[in-house]
Design a protein around this ligand. Structure first.
Ligand code: SER
Length: 314
């Protein structure tokens, strides 16, 4: 059993990770926090925390004797482009505050494991796009992607220099039904289901053939927990691991949905998010994650489509 802090619990990953960790470690051992006073997903324990308030973070970690923290508060790719300085401050200072608190705890003999999410957005236009290697050219072009790449370097630095047990995943686009689509370029693949269930024509902001790596939320949650539970000695990569789920483009996803809802229609109206998407990989080489902690995706596109259509409430 670990005593766990989740920062950004009202976001897409937090909304599902809180429950998964509470089931494993006990509801009283998982403290969900977010900047809003609203406990949007009925976390058993919830309190307000601004991740940019380092003193408040350190106090909470100390009082609750936290030994595992998930720092999930961030602005995503499209939202970040609308407010680059805000995105940089939140994404970088949020991570640095966690790493610093973890360093000080470790020096006081109280080790705290850290999880922080990286992303396919850390790659860029000169990255090999198919089966993207773990180690390769990374030249992100969004402020979100730049913060993810810098964050990866910080994670490795805090592990190498101070021994902080920090772990990270380069998530593909995560598809889920619990939270609304929230400012990401890959979120078309969530919004499309909402349109299908409302019997609306979906106006897609990416081009029909824009293939991106994606993952269904249950696989993403399992990856996160498996990485955090793996023995520290197995975790050879302290920047962030590639994980692959499944790859498809908007037209392929549309056709998979139309197989279940034959009346569904789509139109393509690419916007600025197309420019972002075309700099990202199409699929990822995740052999390091397979080797080091046994990663394997389970969920196929037809399973994902069935589950999304059965569970979204519109
Ligand atoms: N899903 C994210 C986004 O589209 C990528 O990490 O911004």
């Amino acid at each position: 059993m670990a005593k766990i802090l989740i920062v950004g619990a009202n976001g897409q990953i937090g909304s599902e990770l809180v429950g998964a960790l509470a089931a494993k470690h006990g509801a009283q051992n998982v403290i969900a926090t977010d900047i809003s006073p609203n406990n949007l997903y009925a976390a058993p324990r919830y309190q307000v925390l601004d991740i940019l308030d380092k003193a408040a973070l350190a106090k909470l970690v100390e009082e609750e004797e936290i030994d595992q923290v998930y720092q999930l508060a961030a602005l995503l790719s499209a939202t970040g482009e609308a407010a680059p300085l805000k995105a940089w401050t939140l994404n970088m200072d949020g991570l640095l505050n966690i790493l610093e608190v973890a360093r000080v705890r470790l020096e006081a003999g109280k080790p705290m494991q850290v999880f922080w999410p990286s992303s396919i957005a850390a790659f860029g236009p000169n990255t090999p796009p198919v089966n993207t290697p773990q180690m390769t050219v990374m030249d992100p072009s969004t402020i979100y992607g730049i913060s993810k790449l810098a964050g990866e370097r910080l994670c490795e630095y805090y592990f190498a220099k101070y021994g902080v047990d920090v772990r990270s995943i380069r998530y593909p686009g995560i598809i889920s039904y619990k939270s609304p689509p929230g400012g990401g370029t890959t979120d078309y693949a969530i919004a499309i289901f909402h349109a299908a269930l409302k019997n609306e024509t979906y106006s897609c902001f990416l081009e029909a053939d824009t293939t991106l790596p994606m993952i269904y939320m249950p696989d993403a949650i399992r990856a996160t927990i498996e990485l955090m539970e793996a023995p520290s000695a197995n975790i050879a990569i302290r920047s962030a691991y590639n994980i692959d789920g499944l790859s498809f483009n908007p037209q392929e996803l549309f056709e998979a949905i139309r197989a279940k809802r034959p009346e569904f229609q789509i139109e393509y109206k690419p916007d600025a998010r197309q420019q972002i998407a075309k700099t990202w990989p199409q699929s990822l080489d995740d052999s390091k994650a397979q080797q080091d902690w046994g990663w394997e995706a389970h969920i196929s596109l037809p399973q994902l489509v069935d589950d999304m259509l059965a569970n979204i409430t519109v």
